[in-house]
Unconditional design. Structure first.
Lengths: 755, 245
């Protein structure tokens, strides 16, 4: 080991130059890293529901549809229609907008005594003014399934301006333009924006805001904590420098490999800042300690001693992150796991190679200057916290154990109350405009979660169209479906205009000829494929509740099984269906990743410390901390979602380090002294201090996420900090108590003697 | 002082006079085009419509067209097969009758919105209106370097037009349209029609028209073949009862 550390110092210049060059290169790559806030693109292709949803969104353009909501007390007023018209005109004008549909430009085909009239629902050049005209408009809207609840809310207090984007257009630029230009109209009515392009843009803005706002705060906070702990410039600069370089490399590699920033990976910088600095802290701590006795060889000796624990600590953290790869449903969680693991690995490498190299360069210059070293001050921490703690542990080990048992029992009960949530609405803070928009959509337009029923068959066949009508009617009986729309409804409307009967004609010929009136109508492209061999029912699902979604899935399955035939194949998908799978996978991936992480951690720790019992002992505090974590989630109502599902494994990876430090310190001292009591005391007093500093700095970094604009990340930050506290307390109390109890049985003398 | 007044009157008259003469010129040019278009007493042709979407996919429709005067027009579709037999009859005062054989009787269609596109083509009902251009637009002549064409700016008289202006390129020798550029209500250039005129007997007619919607990247080509003029089509041909054949 000493040879190895000598080599590190021998090649110090090479290491420093290499790291510097690569950092510049990777840093340059970061500018190409783009943000992808689209949940749809993160859905896995191996889930049939998600794959079908993606295919339908692409084929029928659902994913490129944005919505402006205008809410007021009564939309049937000339002034309001003028506003709708100016919004419609403004949006139509934006480059990259393909179509705009609103109350003031929608086409109305209406049956009359003598035939039918084709016109606009509202004459945009002569807007209705009299109560009679508005009454007529209201009747027209409510009579048409295609408008009621789709363009205008049934209670007449909100209306939608729906727009679609051209293929391949710059979604974010257009979305921004829509917001800027409609806001610039300065309308007295409140406008809300929703729909995939708006949501994606909004989320990526939040992400950017989070990053630019929170990262500097986290940086500053960790710097302050490091300054207070080390009281030296290198103690602040080096840990932060390694973390920053690890962040630059990880993001640079992400960009090079063509990955994009997701809602989850957006936090990689803050997470790496918090955990990436920890390894350097350990290396520095040990070097500082050894400098007191052997200045010249301090770096070499310290490295030889600290390399294994640091690598082990990094390895366990990496295992925690890697465990997301197994059983995670969303691709973005897998990506997050891969790149945080990479960043952790890099931070560990830098702390072992780069930091000693830098230190060696620095100290050789300063060698003659500092001859005297400050005595280690009697630490406030040791005096007021660690000493009393040590006394308590040895005096009342059973009380401590009982306290932990009670805590764990209460938490176990709490775990039964854990809620799961995959609802996007919960991602935004209360009062957030997107959340408001979502509320209006749910209350007045039947929700935002799209449901699609795909029909494969001849879209001009009366049988297929009638099955579509029947399916739509069946769906509308569900309490969570407000309206359904399909080409069959359009055909029925047209048939009503021509013959007075609102139904799908019995003869294919009639349908084909009615199609003459639809040809070229842009609305048709939203409902049927170009070759007329596929068509969809478009609907929205109201409830965010998972059991409602499952009930609806079963309700629809029964119908589809009965009605799907060779010539009319029916499939259903939509966000609620994806949510069901995502929800199920939350649990699976939670159990999957935790059990994988625990097993590997126990094995690795056992192997490296060459004792299986050490592996098992070190896992106890963290398992306790995780049980408490779930207990707190259950008892406080924090739900398990795509962000909080990551907490347990991350906490395990980081939190086990504390136990590793205690147990390896104990083993080391026990081997030398043969006295378990001394070994335990030493571990608490010396390693305990490092653990506390570490917990404070890591938790501070994660706690910054409480100020995130995204609710799941706020909880993520809070819960990680909580788990850090739990696992460090576990390592400082529960683990020593177990060691005391185990060794007191084996070797009572030592304990009695010393008492 | 009187001198001044006289000069200013002369000046005003001069300016006014010049203006009037240019306006008259633009008006008469548009009138020439209208006359050229409505010269035949009646017209009969096979019309092929080729609709091309932005991915280059084509849809073809074919119809027999008969026209008498400028406001009686009958289209009888022959292709695609599923829509064969569908006929539209346009009569004066924006009245249109639609006959779909499967439904057995003609239906009257009132067109309340002129800006709507005509069943899948890039032409709006406004483009296909029977009223002459002079009745619908007020023209101004542009000075342009174009040696072959007059360039006219047409401003719609109706407030309900979808266009804010149309820029018309008119052949200087024969007064047929070569190109029309359409600007929407917000002044954006969004649609263009190009014409290929040819002469048969004493009449000029558009052998080919290509209308392209620039925003939608969608185009409609109209090809006329088997054109016959002045066949003495009777009014009976344009009777609603005769749509059913």
């Amino acid at each position: 080991m000493k040879d190895f550390t000598e080599k590190i110092l021998a090649y110090k210049w090479l290491i420093i130059i290499l790291v510097t060059i690569c950092t510049i290169l990777f840093g340059y790559q970061i500018k190409n890293l783009s943000i992808d806030a689209d949940i749809l693109s993160s859905l896995p292709d191996n889930d049939p529901d998600a794959a079908l949803l993606k295919r339908i969104s692409e084929k029928f353009g659902g994913n490129s549809m944005g919505v402006v909501i205008l809410e007021t007390d009564d939309i049937y007023q000339t002034e309001v229609l003028e506003h709708v018209k100016s919004i419609t005109d403004t949006i139509s004008d934006i480059e990259g907008i393909s179509t705009v549909t609103s109350l003031t430009n929608i086409i109305n085909i209406k049956g009359q005594e003598y035939g039918f009239e084709i016109g606009k629902l509202v004459d945009e050049y002569e807007l209705p003014e009299t109560p009679e005209e508005f009454e007529k408009l209201k009747d027209d809207v409510l009579a048409n399934e295609m408008y009621k609840g789709s363009i205008v809310s049934e209670d007449g207090t909100a209306t939608l301006i729906i727009f679609t984007l051209q293929d391949g257009s710059d979604v974010r630029a257009i979305a921004k333009s829509v917001i800027d230009k409609t806001t610039a109209l300065n309308l007295p009515k409140k406008l809300y924006y929703i729909g995939s392009p708006m949501l994606v843009t909004y989320i990526s803005d939040l992400m950017k805001g989070d990053l630019t706002r929170l990262l500097p705060i986290a940086f500053l906070l960790i710097a302050i904590i490091l300054l207070l702990s080390f009281r030296s410039a290198s103690g602040v600069i080096l840990p932060l420098l390694t973390a920053v370089i690890a962040i630059i490399w990880s993001l640079g590699i992400m960009s090079l490999l063509g990955y994009k920033m997701s809602m989850i990976s957006n936090n990689i910088p803050i997470i790496l800042l918090a955990i990436g600095s920890a390894y350097t802290i350990h290396v520095l701590n040990r070097i500082n300690q050894l400098r007191i006795t052997d200045r010249d060889n301090a770096i070499k000796l310290a490295l030889a001693y600290v390399m294994i624990p640091v690598m082990l600590a990094a390895l366990t953290t990496i295992i925690g992150f890697i465990s997301f790869i197994f059983g995670a449903y969303l691709d973005m969680i897998v990506d997050f796991g891969i790149f945080t693991a990479l960043g952790t690995f890099l931070a560990c490498l830098f702390s072992i190679f780069f930091v000693p190299a830098l230190l060696d360069v620095f100290t050789s210059k300063k060698r003659n200057k500092a001859l005297f070293f400050k005595k280690i001050k009697k630490s406030y921490l040791s005096e007021n916290f660690l000493s009393p703690l040590r006394i308590l542990l040895f005096k009342h080990p059973k009380y401590v154990l009982t306290t932990w048992s009670v805590l764990i029992l209460i938490s176990l009960v709490g775990t039964f109350f854990i809620k799961r949530s995959v609802d996007i609405q919960e991602y935004f803070k209360k009062g957030n405009p997107t959340r408001e928009a979502e509320r209006i959509m749910v209350e007045k337009f039947g929700g935002t979660k799209p449901i699609f029923v795909l029909f494969k068959g001849d879209m001009q066949s009366p049988d297929v169209l009638k099955t579509m009508i029947e399916t739509g009617a069946y769906m509308e009986k569900s309490p969570d479906i407000y309206t359904t729309q399909s080409i069959a409804d359009l055909i029925a409307e047209l048939n009503a205009a021509v013959t007075g009967e609102k139904r799908v004609p019995d003869e294919q010929e009639k349908i084909e000829q009615l199609w003459f009136l639809l040809d070229g109508n842009e609305v048709v492209q939203r409902f049927v494929s170009e070759d007329l061999d596929e068509g969809i029912i478009i609907s929205k699902f109201k409830s965010p509740d998972n059991s409602s979604k499952k009930a609806f899935a079963n309700y629809m399955k029964a119908f589809i099984d009965k009605h799907s035939t060779e010539s009319c194949q029916i499939e259903i998908t939509g966000m609620p269906f994806v949510d069901i799978t995502m929800d199920r996978s939350l649990l699976n991936s939670q159990f999957g990743s935790i059990s994988i992480a625990i097993i590997f951690v126990v094995i690795f720790v056992g192997l490296i410390l060459r004792s299986l019992s050490s592996g098992i002992y070190s896992a106890i505090p963290i398992i306790a901390a995780i049980i408490i974590l779930f207990g707190v989630m259950g008892l406080t109502g924090i739900s398990l979602n795509i962000a909080t599902v990551l907490v347990a494994s991350v906490a395990l990876g980081i939190g086990i380090d504390y136990s590793i430090h205690i147990i390896s310190h104990f083993n080391h001292t026990y081997q030398i002294t043969g006295n378990a009591k001394i070994a335990i005391e030493d571990s608490i007093m010396i390693s305990g201090k490092a653990i506390i500093i570490n917990v404070i700095s890591v938790s501070a970094g994660f706690l910054i996420l409480i100020f995130s604009e995204m609710v799941p990340l706020q909880y993520f930050g809070f819960l990680i900090a909580l788990s850090m506290l739990g696992s460090s307390l576990g390592a400082l109390t529960l683990l020593p108590v177990i060691l005391i109890l185990v060794h007191r049985k084996k070797n009572n003398d030592h304990f009695n003697l010393n008492q | 002082m009187r001198h001044c007044k006289l000069i200013s009157i002369i000046l005003v008259m001069l300016i006014f006079g010049v203006n009037v003469s240019v306006a008259q010129n633009a008006d008469s040019l548009l009138q020439y085009m209208d006359n050229l278009m409505s010269a035949p007493k009646d017209k009969q042709a096979t019309v092929k419509m080729i609709l091309t979407n932005k991915s280059g996919k084509e849809k073809v429709r074919e119809a027999m067209m008969k026209q008498k005067g400028k406001d009686k027009k009958l289209y009888r579709y022959t292709k695609p097969e599923s829509q064969a037999g569908i006929s539209t009859l346009s009569l004066p005062d924006d009245v249109m009758w639609l006959y779909m054989p499967a439904f057995g009787k003609p239906t009257k269609v009132s067109l309340l919105s002129q800006s709507q596109t005509f069943t899948g083509t890039d032409f709006s009902y406004e483009d296909m209106e029977s009223k002459s251009y002079s009745e619908r637009y007020s023209p101004t002549l542009f000075e342009s370097g174009d040696a072959e064409n007059y360039v006219l700016k047409l401003i719609p008289i109706s407030k309900k037009s979808k266009y804010s202006r149309i820029v018309l390129y008119l052949n200087k020798t024969h007064f047929y349209p070569v190109k029309m550029e359409y600007y929407d209500n917000r002044g954006n250039y969004f649609k263009v029609a190009t014409y290929r005129y040819t002469k048969q007997g004493k009449y000029w007619y558009a052998e080919e028209v290509l209308m392209t919607d620039l925003k939608k990247s969608h185009s409609t080509g109209i090809l006329m073949t088997d054109v016959k003029f002045d066949q003495g089509l009777s009014d009976d041909e344009f009777r609603v009862e005769n749509l059913k054949q």
